[in-house]
Design a protein around this ligand. Structure first.
Ligand SMILES: O=C1C[C@@](O)(C(=O)O)C[C@@H](O)[C@@H]1O
Length: 141
């Protein structure tokens, strides 16, 4: 089973970026623990700050992987191009946000990408990624 985690803009700075909101662990360190926890899953991690690069990645893997766990960062709130990319492929996606986007600035309350996903997880810190992987594993059994 192949699952990819795709992180969007500014998420490369996890660990340093607003740690009071996003925590102090780097995503690389968290990802190593995920790989250990889900040893039976082929887990991949991809991050980009560029919308087109994220779209290219979705196209590349979106007809052969079993799940996309995507945190589109701020693109969540306005990228119809990412929405279209997620709709265009056959691999199901789960949207995840480390923070609770409903309890922050008004502009974060809108997600244009979640309608292209089978679920949205928010406000559970990094453990939301784990929940998303569990959901894919459960759904494929
Ligand atoms: O970059 C991010 C991170 C985020 O997606 C989250 O994980 O909580 C929430 C977004 O509003 C923000 O732009």
């Amino acid at each position: 089973m192949k699952i990819i985690i795709i992180n969007g803009p500014n998420l490369n700075l996890l660990g340093k970026r607003e740690p009071e909101i996003y925590g102090s662990l780097t995503f690389e360190d968290y990802f190593s623990s995920l790989q250990k926890k889900f040893a039976a899953v082929e887990l991949e991690y991809f991050q980009s700050n560029h919308e087109g690069t994220l779209i290219d990645k979705i196209h590349e893997i979106g007809f052969s992987y079993q799940g996309i766990v995507i945190n589109p960062g701020a693109f969540t709130h306005y990228s119809y191009a990412l929405y279209d990319a997620l709709k265009a492929v056959t691999t199901p996606a789960i949207e995840i946000h480390i923070s609770d986007i409903d309890k922050r600035e008004d502009f974060r309350k809108v997600s244009v990408t979640s309608a292209a996903c089978i679920a949205q997880i928010k406000g559970k810190g990094l453990s939301g990624y784990e929940d998303a992987i569990h959901t894919f594993i459960k759904n494929t059994k």
